[in-house]
Design a protein. Structure first.
Length: 309
């Protein structure tokens, strides 16, 4: 059934496509760049289509090359995972998760202790960054947790949490400013994004206030900075209900208007199709589902208490 498949050439192609370099593929496979180039040319001749565009310092997949890479990468990854499970003494599970620094520090890390308690044999390595990652090319990342991310049809995805935005302040500040116009607001300005600007406008409309354009605005480029400024009492901050949840739970922040919040997007967990079956990834996704269910229940309880007041 598989006797005619050029397995060596396909493995060489997968490494070259993933690394976007014949030289880098040669180093990974412990062969010469000439051998890699020969294998790729042989595969292109066998298929009858070009797989790469040869550029000065790298190679780029053609449309046909991309289709073949999606298939071979997923297949080889599945084989590697199965072989790893069958080895008599497998090493401790390693899981690399990429997410934004704010989500890592404000939501994920405070909860990771529960994952380690349930899975002491799995080591989680966090890769905090905001840049978009091509998971089909970067095999070092097992899973990404992203705001939005629901429009990636080539990836396996699991919806996690629905975002909402509210205005929060330090308890002492809210007490001092009760019934008065605030003097300072705190917001977040991502480069090239108007998310928080739109959320402020939506919150002001829902709250029926007209003072948003007439008070001092402090802008930060990261949610964790804005949150710390709010905790320090520097002003009222528009913040994610998810990222602020720990600070609210311990009493560092309180909602300014518990009855007013505006919707955002959802967080998703994304990985290359097939990798969700890898035991450490599966364990992490199942744990995330448990944490999401608990967080949802807690938000509903808090909402009921706020309305009761």
């Amino acid at each position: 059934m598989f006797e005619n498949l050029p397995m060596t050439a396909l493995r060489t192609f997968e490494a070259s496509a993933r690394l976007q370099s014949f030289k880098a593929a040669a180093e990974e496979l412990a062969v010469t760049p000439t051998a890699v180039s020969h294998q790729i040319k042989s595969l292109e001749h066998w298929l009858g289509v070009p797989l790469f565009e040869r550029l000065p310092r790298k190679v780029r997949l053609t449309e046909c090359g991309q289709r073949l890479f999606d298939s071979t990468h997923a297949a080889l990854l599945d084989i590697a995972q199965t072989v790893g499970q069958l080895r008599p003494r497998p090493s401790a599970g390693q899981l690399t998760v990429s997410t934004t620094p704010s989500f890592a520090s404000l939501w994920l890390i405070p909860r990771l202790g529960r994952f380690y308690a349930a899975h002491p044999d799995i080591n989680v390595r966090l890769d905090p960054q905001c840049q978009v990652i091509d998971l089909h090319r970067d095999a070092s990342i097992d899973l990404v947790l992203r705001y939005g991310g629901g429009d990636e049809p080539s990836l396996h995805r699991q919806r996690l949490l629905q975002e909402r935005f509210s205005v929060y302040g330090a308890p002492a500040l809210l007490q001092r400013q009760a019934g008065r116009r605030p003097s300072t607001l705190i917001s977040v300005s991502w480069p090239g994004s108007v998310l928080y600007q739109q959320a402020w406008a939506a919150w002001g409309e829902a709250a029926g206030v007209d003072w948003l354009e007439h008070v001092r605005l402090l802008d930060y480029e990261d949610e964790s900075f804005a949150l710390q400024a709010a905790i320090a009492g520097q002003g009222l901050a528009l913040l994610s209900s998810l990222l602020v949840s720990e600070s609210v739970a311990v009493g560092l922040l309180q909602p300014c208007r518990p009855d007013i919040s505006v919707p955002g997007a959802s967080y998703h967990a994304l990985c290359v199709p097939g990798r969700e079956r890898h035991p450490p990834v599966r364990a992490f996704l199942d744990w995330l589902s448990t944490e999401v269910a608990a967080a949802t229940t807690q938000r509903q309880t808090n909402g009921e208490l706020a309305h009761a007041r």
